[in-house]
Design a protein around this ligand. Sequence first.
Ligand SMILES: Nc1nc2c(ncn2[C@@H]2O[C@H](COP(=O)(O)O[C@H]3[C@@H](O)[C@H](n4cnc5c(=O)[nH]c(N)nc54)O[C@@H]3COP(=O)(O)O)[C@@H](O)[C@H]2O)c(=O)[nH]1
Length: 807
Amino acid sequence: MNGRIMIVEDERIVALDLRQTLESFGHEVVMVASSGEQAVAEGPRLKPDLVLMDIHLDGPMDGTAAACVLQEHSIPVLFLTAFAGQAMLDLAERSSPYGYLVKPVETRALQATVRMALARRRAELQVEKGEERLRLAMDAAELGVWEWDATRHRFVSEGRFESIFGCSPESLDDAERGFLARIDPAFRPGIAEALTQGQAIRTTVKLNESPDSGDNGWVDLHAQAFSRPDGGLDRAVGVIRDVTLEREQEERLRRAAVVFTSTGEGMAILDVDHRVISINPAFETLTGFTEHEVKGLAPDDFLHARRREDSFEARLQESDSDYWSGEVACLRKDGTLFPAWQHLCVVRDAQGQVGNYVLAISDTGALRRAEAQINHLAYHDTLTGLGNRNMLEDTIEREIDRARQHGGRVAVLFIDLDGFKLINDTLGHAAGDTLLREVAHRISRILRRTDTAIRIGGDEFVVVVPDITRLEDCASLAEKLLCEIRTGIDLEHERLSVSASIGIAVFPDNANDFTGLVQAADSAMYGAKERGRNRYAFYSNDMAERAIERLHIEQGLLRAIAGDQLLLQYQPVVRLEDGQLVGFEALIRWDEPTHGRIGPDRFIPVAEECGLIDYIGAWVLRTACAQAVSWIRQGFEALRLAVNVSARQMSAGDFVTTVREILDETEFPPDQLDLEITESTLQSVDHSRQLLAELRALGVCISIDDFGTGFSSLSLLKHLQIDRIKIDRSFVQDLPGDANGVAVTEAIVAMANRLGLSLIAEGVETATQQEFLRKLGCDEAQGYLFSRPLDVRDVDMLIAAPPEHLS
Ligand SMILES: Nc1nc2c(ncn2[C@@H]2O[C@H](COP(=O)(O)O[C@H]3[C@@H](O)[C@H](n4cnc5c(=O)[nH]c(N)nc54)O[C@@H]3COP(=O)(O)O)[C@@H](O)[C@H]2O)c(=O)[nH]1
């Protein structure tokens, strides 16, 4: 076995001799160095298999120091020395020499020692190479090798162990827990058992979060445990490999598989030639085809109804990406068509080559139907099926646009039912709903195809009439609507009659846009209501003027309250039987310093609108009660006092409390107080039934004022706690000549008698009217025939000395 040898010897003769001897053995002497410095400078470059080194060298670096440096470069050294004292041997040992020859060296000893050293060197190199190979292989396989000596509590590792396990092997030295604690608790018992039983471990485990990096992941763990003879773990050796990415990939695939089989979208996987490889259950459900039936077919052959437009190739070409989505027409197995939203997707491999296609379809038929339903709901009133507020805006704006283009006109009729609230209140919401549906039906029945009927909420409807040429046509339509609505409606056991008030506004005459037109029609509707309901009114400039006047009244009313400009008059009420004075109705007046006396008809509605009525109403009640108490104290003990109450007052949450407090404060006897409430008040006040019950509980009486002018129903009178009905002046004034007035009055008297209610007629101006009413059975009356409303001092005189006709 020959080698490349360097000789380090400062004695030239000895060096030459060594060289000749070594060369005679067939070795190659790569260099003869004469100093330690020269040896360490050239040794690493020449990489000799062996260095023969004289220990005692001249110069600063002796042989042992030079040998230590060469050893760092894995160059083996064989020492030559003239003597071998203990101290020298100790020094030489530090550089782990391959041998130690004492000079003069005998040739055979030199040959044998050099040969053994070279053999050892070769063996070591082989081991090193083997280790290197193993390391590279472990690296390539991304493995970490570990060995756990449980007896000595030592944990060693190589390769990628540290980076995979996320902690240094030293931290695992200590105890089983060090190693096992890194493993997720769910996997720990199995591993622990295999270790204590000395078994092989082949498993994939999850790691806990690393204390160093915070990572957790999955590792493949292959190991063999060895037990001690007395039982228990001696040591374990194994490899680990990080399989986190594979696990995630598997998990993704598993999830994708779940999605594929469970999604509601029909999916088909196609090969490069667009032939079906597989379909999911949803595809089968959507199309009726089984996988077996469509495997190997192209979707264009069995699925796409419009083969040319929806063809696979055409759709993908449309898109400049690998995706296309859009609506297509699809065929089911039974030949029926359905609209579908289709996604096409190209699946490429790592090299960018097309590997597959994915086709996904969802039936958009249901979506289309839902869309239509949502649109319907968005634009229609669910109760009546008419259009709703959204449709109103769209329709009016569209018709205004059209009218602008053609120079036409658009009419808007705003319809509000008279007395609807009362029906809801007394007969219940179900009855109210039935009524609204019937009214909606009647409105629709008489409209043209081009007209639009809308319910904008509650009891308010709007009719949009395009292309009107004459205002008379609007008037006749409004009349037809009033007549249709007025006709009795059968509700369960009741035949109801409800009227409506209609306001009409026209584009471009009254307003130029949607908001203006609807507002104008709304104002006109209020105009119709003010004029007595059950009628229609066109929007007029008067309405705008009235709005300004209202503003002036509102501002004046504030001054009136502050400046004591309000006062009360009292109109006597007489018993028809004997003409006896039975009481008074308190009537408010406003003495305005510049405009003179203003009647309640003008300012009460304004006070209601601006909220001053609560204050004014309480003032009237307090003043009238206090005044009446003084008349009672003057000797008119049987006096009854009627006080008008408006809708707004009744709506105030504390109305009953106000009445109670005023009665307590003035000491007026409750049973002599008559609160006059109009039918329309009952119609507009929520929970009027309960309110009346509470007022009755105070002991006061309730009269229905202006009876017969609004929604009158037997149920209303039956359900509400009422004492008296006041026949409206409008019926009385035409008695007894007018047949209609007579019929209505007779019906009211009959109704009151049947329900045991007392009757009073207002506006009696003639003796004939008085006589007619008396004969009919009417109990009491008031009117100019007996007396106009009087100031307090006139009433004082009246009580002191009643005239003959009021005695
Ligand atoms: N909420 C309140 N409303 C009130 C109050 N005071 C009055 N009013 C209401 O104002 C309306 C107009 O009232 P007024 O101008 O006072 O007219 C009353 C009488 O003067 C009038 N009347 C009486 N007899 C005759 C008659 O023979 N002929 C004729 N043409 N008019 C007559 O009738 C009105 C009384 O109406 P009524 O209350 O329905 O009995 C009116 O609606 C008042 O209710 C108030 O304080 N609060």
